[in-house]
Design a protein around this ligand. Structure first.
Ligand SMILES: Nc1ncnc2c1ncn2[C@@H]1O[C@H](COP(=O)(O)OP(=O)(O)OP(=O)(O)O)[C@@H](O)[C@H]1O
Ligand SMILES: [Mg+2]
Length: 213
């Protein structure tokens, strides 16, 4: 592995799939090799994008958030993130690892919330302005397994967010949407089973990374 130019790697998958766990392991592995690595997440990643994250994930009160508003808030957060963090870091030759990106918007707001898919995809492209991931790791997991992993966290760290609180059908639709996205873009999106042990998954990811970093 010999990183001469920047690159952009995203992690996708349902709640509890192990995205944050794998992002951390990958960052450690790359840094050990002396590769400058930036870890970030969506929604969020810059101060303004993090403010939008709070609204879109934790909004509560009497006025429900429309699905369209949710979609636009994710896109607004992404537009800031790409322009003020991801693009500049990749241009400086860093490896940027992002926990969720626009495939989550396609899966959750496009497929699972049944917003117009063509528009969602055009909005995604508008927000990213050409900043497509070089590689996307899709950690695939049945929702039930994800729930049991995150239940323990909800007990220790407080309430689930708005999307985590959706019903099982919604999460089944999200899983199948992610798999559809991977089928449509097999070069970019690599499916990795999230059922294996974290270290096994990490080794698989390192093999996939060799081709881009
Ligand atoms: N491969 C694995 N096998 C079993 N448990 C795992 C595995 N990977 C992570 N976990 C555990 O499952 C829980 C969720 O993992 P993690 O936070 O990495 O998932 P996530 O995809 O980032 O979830 P979220 O979408 O909610 O942020 C954690 O308690 C973590 O320790
Ligand atoms: Mg996480």
């Amino acid at each position: 592995m010999n990183c001469k130019k920047g690159c952009f790697i995203t992690f996708e998958g349902p709640e509890g799939a192990g995205k944050s766990t794998q992002v951390k392991l990958l960052r450690q592995a790359l840094e050990k090799r002396g590769i400058q690595t930036i870890v970030t997440r969506e929604p969020g990643g810059t101060p303004l994008a993090e403010q939008l994250r709070d609204i879109v994930k934790y909004h509560e009160g009497d006025e429900p958030m429309a699905a369209e508003t949710e979609l636009l808030l994710f896109a607004a957060s992404r537009a800031q993130h790409v322009r003020n963090l991801i693009k500049p870091a990749v241009a400086e030759g860093k490896v940027v690892i992002c926990d969720r990106f626009y495939d989550s918007t396609t899966a959750y707001q496009g497929y699972a919330r049944s917003l117009e898919l063509d528009f969602v995809q055009r909005l995604n492209m508008f927000a990213i302005a050409g900043c497509k991931p070089d590689l996307t790791i899709l950690l695939d997991l049945p929702p039930e397994a994800g729930f049991s992993r995150t239940a323990a966290r909800a007990e220790t760290q407080g309430l689930n967010d708005r999307l985590e609180n959706e019903a099982l059908d919604f999460h089944l639709a999200v899983r199948s949407a992610f798999l559809t996205i991977a089928e449509q873009e097999p070069e970019r999106v690599k499916v990795v089973s999230a059922l294996d042990a974290p270290e096994v998954i990490h080794c698989t990811i390192m093999e996939l990374i060799e081709n881009v970093v």
